[in-house]
Design a protein around this ligand. Structure first.
Ligand code: OOG
Ligand code: MG
Length: 262
């Protein structure tokens, strides 16, 4: 693909996000668009998003969880950028008119106090670079019709990044075993998912380490910075949202976190 083709893909996904409209898969136009090309497109998309005054505040990992891998039919993890404009604060509603066909998933988020730069980051280094962890909910919203895509498509589309909500309660990453936190997610009071954080590659710090190394490779040597949020990936499958829904996730001693959809 030429630079111009990749720029077109980057703009198409970003315009679709801004106008809350569905698009056909980019691989319908460019069947050769693979994951690695997708990361180049995501880098270009990021330049456009930042040039419009938005700021990267962290990253979100994709398909690190077994249930997400099964739901999406992929064994490969991925990552996207978290921007300031995506954030929903506790108590604020999630607005359907700003989204296309959103789904929600519970995640553990690491907040860094030290930089992490690949290519040889380990889970132990991630733990020592983490200032605190928080319970969180991600609202994903693929721009593609019917929420269907290939690996190249989803990576180009900032891996379906829509909105995210972090709990205000901060936890010491060493206070309990982060690989063994149980959680339950409810939709309108009914339990729809139950899982434990070991679903994320045995321990979510492993997913962060793998990501730091991939990010280093895909950006020509960039690292993660102090203060950035790293959402480590959906622990259950993702659940579709509609207007009027109330979502709550209870994360053992980390929870709860919740929102209404309006
Ligand atoms: C891609 C985003 C995946 C996760 O936590 O696994 C993701 C998608 O499945 O739409 O955010
Ligand atoms: Mg997610």
């Amino acid at each position: 693909m030429t630079q111009e083709d990749m720029l077109w893909c980057a703009r198409t996904s970003w315009e679709a996000e801004k106008t809350h409209s569905e698009i056909p898969m980019l691989t319908k136009t460019y069947p050769q668009l693979d994951r690695l090309t997708g990361y180049q497109i995501q880098n270009l998309r990021n330049q456009i998003v930042e040039a419009e005054g938005n700021r990267v505040v962290g990253y979100k990992l994709g398909s690190t969880g077994l249930k997400k891998r099964q739901q999406m039919g992929t064994a490969a993890s991925s990552y996207g950028r978290l921007y300031d404009y995506m954030r929903v604060r506790p108590g604020e509603p999630v607005r359907m008119d700003e989204l296309i066909h959103p789904k929600v998933e519970p995640e553990i988020t690491f907040v860094l106090k030290k930089a992490l730069t690949g290519p040889y980051v380990t889970a132990d280094q991630v733990m020592h670079a983490t200032g605190y962890v928080v319970a969180s909910l991600e609202i994903i919203d693929s721009r593609y019709e019917n929420f269907k895509f290939t690996g190249g498509d989803v990576v180009s589309d900032n891996i379906s990044g829509g909105k995210y909500l972090l709990s205000d309660k901060r936890y010491d990453p060493f206070a309990s075993d982060l690989g063994l936190i149980g959680l339950e997610i409810t939709l309108n009071g009914d339990v729809c998912g139950q899982a434990a954080t070991c679903e994320i590659m045995g321990h979510p710090a492993r997913a962060v380490a793998e990501f730091a190394n991939n990010f280093w490779k895909n950006t020509g040597g960039q690292g993660l910075l102090p203060g950035q949020f790293i959402m480590t990936g959906g622990i259950t499958q993702a659940f579709s949202l509609k207007r009027g829904d109330f979502v709550q996730a209870r994360f053992g001693r980390l929870g709860p976190v919740e929102f209404h959809v309006v």
